[in-house]
Design a protein around this ligand. Sequence first.
Ligand SMILES: [Zn+2]
Length: 119
Amino acid sequence: MTNTNDLKSKLLEEKARLEGELSGVGHRNPKIAGDWEPSAPDLNNPTADVNDVADSIEAFEENSAIEVELEARLLEVDSALARIEAGTYGICRICGEKIEDARLEANPSAPTCIAHREG
Ligand SMILES: [Zn+2]
Protein backbone atom coordinates (compact mmCIF):
# COMPACT_ATOMS: atom_id res chain seq x y z
CA MET A 1 0.00 0.00 0.00
CA THR A 2 1.44 3.31 -1.08
CA ASN A 3 1.70 5.91 1.60
CA THR A 4 -0.25 8.94 0.41
CA ASN A 5 1.63 11.21 2.79
CA ASP A 6 4.93 10.30 1.14
CA LEU A 7 3.47 10.98 -2.29
CA LYS A 8 1.98 14.23 -1.04
CA SER A 9 5.36 15.47 0.14
CA LYS A 10 6.87 14.43 -3.21
CA LEU A 11 4.13 16.41 -4.96
CA LEU A 12 4.75 19.46 -2.77
CA GLU A 13 8.47 19.26 -3.51
CA GLU A 14 7.73 18.99 -7.24
CA LYS A 15 5.37 21.96 -7.00
CA ALA A 16 8.02 24.11 -5.31
CA ARG A 17 10.59 23.08 -7.92
CA LEU A 18 8.25 23.84 -10.83
CA GLU A 19 7.30 27.22 -9.37
CA GLY A 20 10.99 28.03 -8.98
CA GLU A 21 11.65 27.15 -12.62
CA LEU A 22 8.54 29.03 -13.76
CA SER A 23 9.66 32.20 -12.05
CA GLY A 24 12.83 32.00 -14.19
CA VAL A 25 10.91 32.08 -17.50
CA GLY A 26 7.67 33.79 -16.53
CA HIS A 27 5.61 35.40 -13.85
CA ARG A 28 2.23 34.84 -12.22
CA ASN A 29 -0.73 36.19 -14.16
CA PRO A 30 -2.12 38.88 -11.87
CA LYS A 31 -5.60 38.40 -13.37
CA ILE A 32 -5.96 34.61 -13.09
CA ALA A 33 -5.03 32.77 -9.90
CA GLY A 34 -2.74 29.83 -10.57
CA ASP A 35 -1.99 30.98 -14.11
CA TRP A 36 1.48 31.91 -15.33
CA GLU A 37 2.57 33.82 -18.39
CA PRO A 38 5.98 33.96 -20.07
CA SER A 39 8.02 37.06 -19.33
CA ALA A 40 8.22 39.37 -22.33
CA PRO A 41 11.59 40.71 -23.42
CA ASP A 42 12.16 44.44 -23.21
CA LEU A 43 11.47 45.52 -26.77
CA ASN A 44 11.31 49.18 -25.83
CA ASN A 45 15.01 49.38 -25.15
CA PRO A 46 16.05 52.39 -27.30
CA THR A 47 19.55 51.01 -27.88
CA ALA A 48 18.30 47.67 -29.25
CA ASP A 49 19.06 47.17 -32.93
CA VAL A 50 17.14 44.91 -35.29
CA ASN A 51 19.31 41.88 -34.46
CA ASP A 52 18.84 42.37 -30.74
CA VAL A 53 15.10 42.54 -31.23
CA ALA A 54 15.16 39.33 -33.29
CA ASP A 55 17.22 37.64 -30.55
CA SER A 56 14.77 38.83 -27.92
CA ILE A 57 11.82 37.49 -29.85
CA GLU A 58 13.58 34.15 -30.26
CA ALA A 59 14.37 34.08 -26.54
CA PHE A 60 10.77 34.95 -25.78
CA GLU A 61 9.47 32.11 -27.96
CA GLU A 62 11.85 29.70 -26.24
CA ASN A 63 10.75 30.97 -22.82
CA SER A 64 7.12 30.62 -23.84
CA ALA A 65 7.59 26.98 -24.86
CA ILE A 66 9.32 26.17 -21.56
CA GLU A 67 6.71 28.14 -19.63
CA VAL A 68 3.82 26.24 -21.24
CA GLU A 69 5.47 22.89 -20.48
CA LEU A 70 6.22 23.78 -16.84
CA GLU A 71 2.75 25.21 -16.32
CA ALA A 72 1.14 22.01 -17.65
CA ARG A 73 3.19 19.95 -15.19
CA LEU A 74 2.35 22.31 -12.36
CA LEU A 75 -1.37 21.95 -13.17
CA GLU A 76 -1.04 18.15 -12.98
CA VAL A 77 0.72 18.39 -9.64
CA ASP A 78 -1.90 20.82 -8.34
CA SER A 79 -4.78 18.64 -9.44
CA ALA A 80 -3.14 15.58 -7.83
CA LEU A 81 -2.86 17.56 -4.57
CA ALA A 82 -6.53 18.55 -4.92
CA ARG A 83 -7.46 14.87 -5.39
CA ILE A 84 -5.60 14.00 -2.19
CA GLU A 85 -7.67 16.62 -0.34
CA ALA A 86 -10.87 15.34 -1.97
CA GLY A 87 -10.05 11.70 -1.15
CA THR A 88 -10.12 10.66 -4.81
CA TYR A 89 -6.35 10.41 -5.23
CA GLY A 90 -5.01 7.26 -6.89
CA ILE A 91 -8.20 6.57 -8.86
CA CYS A 92 -7.90 6.41 -12.67
CA ARG A 93 -9.99 9.19 -14.16
CA ILE A 94 -10.82 7.04 -17.20
CA CYS A 95 -11.90 3.72 -15.69
CA GLY A 96 -12.30 4.59 -12.01
CA GLU A 97 -10.01 1.72 -10.96
CA LYS A 98 -7.14 2.08 -8.53
CA ILE A 99 -3.91 3.37 -10.11
CA GLU A 100 -0.98 0.95 -9.66
CA ASP A 101 1.30 1.83 -6.71
CA ALA A 102 4.40 1.55 -8.93
CA ARG A 103 2.92 4.06 -11.35
CA LEU A 104 2.17 6.55 -8.59
CA GLU A 105 5.62 6.12 -7.13
CA ALA A 106 7.18 6.83 -10.55
CA ASN A 107 4.79 9.69 -11.27
CA PRO A 108 2.82 10.87 -8.21
CA SER A 109 0.73 13.25 -10.33
CA ALA A 110 -0.45 10.49 -12.72
CA PRO A 111 -4.21 10.91 -13.30
CA THR A 112 -4.73 7.50 -14.91
CA CYS A 113 -3.79 3.84 -14.49
CA ILE A 114 -1.09 2.26 -16.69
CA ALA A 115 -3.68 1.01 -19.21
CA HIS A 116 -5.05 4.53 -19.69
CA ARG A 117 -1.87 6.56 -19.66
CA GLU A 118 -1.76 9.26 -22.30
CA GLY A 119 1.83 9.10 -23.39
ZN1 LIG B 1 -7.77 3.25 -16.10
